[in-house]
Design a protein around this ligand. Structure first.
Ligand SMILES: [Zn+2]
Length: 209
């Protein structure tokens, strides 16, 4: 498929994205260009366009952020997803057919490339109305193949993250994050404090929480 290289200049991207899902967004703006988005996000103090791809209403597909770079589009999922952004405001208008066709093509390409079998609307993962009421999420899942592409996060049968278990011998950045959040809420995680190891102290804190 034809993807247009937008040649944006980014500032300080972080690499290491491991895509396991596609997350769809809308611009909540009737008209915008990839340059607009890039400028908005630089103004947010980000590295630049927070999404990996942008699809205009006429079906043109643009590269945003490098696929290998962490996104800035969905809290808690930026290191494990590809963010795709569509021009338009789907609270007020419908996705154009040619735009939808490009989204299906791009999604197929990404699913094959990374072995992805999940596609979500932003609002299924974060508290937001994005990508809008009329965004055809179910149709998209159907078109990408019923069996492979499912949105299981909402019915609780599958979770896109991974389970953090008691393991005092392995350091894990996500354990560190949990420890920090527990401490912020007033739960002691033990004598070692926030160290990234899921030991006895952290276990006690998790149980108390
Ligand atoms: Zn969004």
């Amino acid at each position: 498929m034809n993807i247009i290289n937008s040649d944006l200049k980014f500032q300080g991207l972080t690499y290491g994205n491991k895509p396991r899902m596609i997350i769809a967004h809308h611009a909540a703006a009737v008209a915008c260009s990839i340059e607009d988005i890039h400028r908005w996000h630089l103004n947010n103090g980000w590295s630049g366009c927070g999404y990996h791809y942008f699809i205009r209403k006429d079906g043109r597909v643009y590269v945003g952020r490098n696929e290998k770079a962490l996104g800035d589009h969905c809290i808690n999922y930026n290191a494990i997803s590809i963010g795709v952004y569509l021009e338009g405001d789907f609270e007020r208008e419908k996705v154009e057919e040619v735009q939808y066709g490009a989204l299906v093509k791009l999604s197929r390409y990404l699913c094959n490339k990374y072995g992805i079998d999940k596609i979500y609307g932003h609002g299924e993962l974060n508290a937001t109305s994005c990508p809008g009421e009329s965004f055809p999420l179910e149709r998209l899942r159907k078109d990408l193949g019923d069996s492979a592409i499912t949105g299981e996060v909402s019915n609780g049968t599958s979770y896109p993250g991974y389970l953090i278990r008691f393991n005092p011998s392995v350091k894990d950045k996500n354990v560190e994050l949990v420890q920090r959040k527990l401490m912020e809420k007033g739960y002691s995680v033990g004598a070692c404090g926030v160290d990234g190891y899921f030991g006895e102290g952290t276990l006690v804190a998790v149980k108390r929480f």
